[in-house]
Write a protein that binds this ligand. Structure first.
Ligand SMILES: Cc1cc2nc3c(=O)[nH]c(=O)nc-3n(C[C@H](O)[C@H](O)[C@H](O)COP(=O)(O)OP(=O)(O)OC[C@H]3O[C@@H](n4cnc5c(N)ncnc54)[C@H](O)[C@@H]3O)c2cc1C
Length: 445
């Protein structure tokens, strides 16, 4: 109560001082000629305008790429945006800090119905465009990249492995429950000692005896692996030395997962080490159309395009949040958005982001026409993840010290950009894919 009285008293004192200064102000003004009075009025108006600026709405889709979608597709995108703002944004920081996955969202995500958007309707899919699927990824990553990675691992890596490398019977058995999210998938390719060089030689082995395969080895970094129902395991056949894929139940005897705890990126994603000792899998569960690493690469090509979209979403989330911050944060008695050097950084961020959006939109159109090449997907993955790193670091810079606080979102985007840069083929590996295509010379060692 006393505080309240003190505040009223302070305000009254200020008002009284203002009233007392009026005669002096009037006498000062009466000594001025007309031009001088007009100049003072102009200054006063400028100060008022500076103090109460009207900011335009924030829009990280400057060239309106959303306009490529039809009205029905826009409704899908709107429902994803609503879901992300209402269900994920309020909890993202907390779960990122804890390094836990918010399992309660799975039931809500089921209702969103966004798994297998491009798949055939008879399997529960929607036969929609890759462009829409890409924009859905952008929309998810714009709020949280970990949730987008969960989506990318399940609906991209795992489902695409079955859809593109499985037999019709395997597709019919596994795709509908995966679209309905009754079965969650993971994708196990990388190993503790084999990352970029997965095409050269996996050390996880598989051996067939009769209709049973035995798998031995270790995998590392496998997203969703601690809780997935099925894990696609890629292993080298001891007999023909080709890479084969298997649909393995997580609870199979001999298979153990251990969560990787100390990440500084995508902390919500449950990445794990998988240890397999004499894991038995029936021939029925071997992906029937995966006969060599070339087939694994077919899956990776599609998901690389998806990672490029994730990078766009991550960069967009950082840009939009930073723009908002610069409008609200005041220094030297004005919003920092009004400084020339701030605007230079903001326009650099926007130009990079816009170039990325236009590139992935075209990439998805090529995918929809069925003509997207490996190197086109790789180029977009490189360009967008490099751009995402640049934009998130500029965001951090513009937010000053507050930019290092996880609670201010941008630090989360900054950390998450690092994983995007490295997974599904690092920047260097994807650049080598592009280099090989444009020079005709392979620089892979
Ligand atoms: C958060 C996260 C999630 C992941 N999820 C999955 C998953 O679900 N499933 C899965 O199978 N994997 C997953 N990965 C693994 C990911 O695909 C690998 O990290 C990636 O392929 C790179 O392998 P590496 O980390 O072993 O790096 P390395 O291959 O050891 O590379 C280290 C460095 O050397 C460079 N380098 C390597 N070879 C060359 C070369 N020939 N020329 C020039 N430079 C080279 C690389 O570019 C990199 O800079 C995930 C990784 C992360 C970080």
């Amino acid at each position: 109560m006393k505080d309240a009285f003190d505040k009223v008293e302070d305000k009254s004192k200020k008002d009284l001082n203002l009233i007392k200064s009026i005669p002096a102000m009037l006498s000062f003004l009466s000594d001025l000629d007309d031009d001088e009075v007009l100049m003072w009025l102009d200054q006063a108006r400028k100060i008022k305008k500076r103090r109460t600026p009207k900011f335009p709405p924030i829009n990280g889709d400057f060239y309106d790429t959303r306009e490529y979608l039809n009205a029905d597709e826009k409704l899908v995108l709107d429902s994803v945006r609503r879901f992300m703002i209402e269900e994920i944004e309020p909890i993202a920081t907390e779960y990122w800090m804890k390094g836990e996955f918010p399992f309660q969202i799975i039931e809500k995500m089921k209702r969103l119905n966004i798994m297998g958007l491009t798949y055939n309707k008879n399997l529960g899919g929607q036969e929609r465009s890759n462009l829409l699927e890409g924009m859905v990824g952008e929309e998810i990553a714009r709020i949280d990249v970990s949730i987008c990675t969960f989506f990318g691992v399940h609906a991209g890596l795992a489902m695409n492995s079955v859809y593109h490398c499985g037999s019709p019977e395997q597709i019919e058995e596994f795709i509908p429950p995966m679209i309905a999210m009754e079965k969650i998938g993971a994708f196990g390719l990388t190993e503790p000692e084999v990352g970029s060089a997965a095409s050269m030689g996996l050390t996880t082995t598989c051996k067939r005896e009769g209709d049973t395969w035995t798998i031995n080895g270790e995998k590392k970094w496998i997203g969703n692996a601690t809780f997935a129902d099925i894990i696609i395991i890629w292993a080298k056949d001891e007999d023909d030395h080709q890479v084969k894929g298997f649909i393995v139940d997580r609870n199979t005897n001999g298979l153990e997962t251990e969560k990787i705890e100390d990440k500084m990126s995508l902390r919500i994603v449950q990445n794990a080490i998988i240890r397999m000792k004499n894991v038995k899998v029936s021939e029925e569960r071997r992906l029937q159309r995966a006969n060599s690493f070339k087939d694994t690469a077919r899956v990776l090509k599609m998901t690389r395009a998806g990672v490029a979209w994730q990078a766009v979403g991550c960069a967009r989330g950082a840009y939009e949040h930073t723009l908002d911050y610069t409008m609200k944060r005041r220094q030297f008695d004005r919003p920092i958005a009004g400084f020339q050097m701030t605007q230079d950084l903001l326009s650099q961020m926007l130009s990079q982001l816009t170039a990325m959006q236009c590139m992935v939109a075209r990439l998805s159109s090529l995918q929809d026409q069925g003509s997207m090449s490996d190197e086109q997907a790789s180029l977009a993955k490189v360009f967008c993840t490099v751009g995402c790193r640049t934009i998130t670091s500029m965001s951090r810079e513009l937010m000053g010290a507050n930019g290092i606080l996880i609670s201010n979102k941008v630090a989360r985007f900054l950390g998450d950009a690092e994983a995007l840069y490295s997974y599904e083929g690092t920047k260097q590996i994807n650049s080598l894919v592009v280099g090989r295509a444009i020079t005709g010379l392979s620089a892979f060692v």
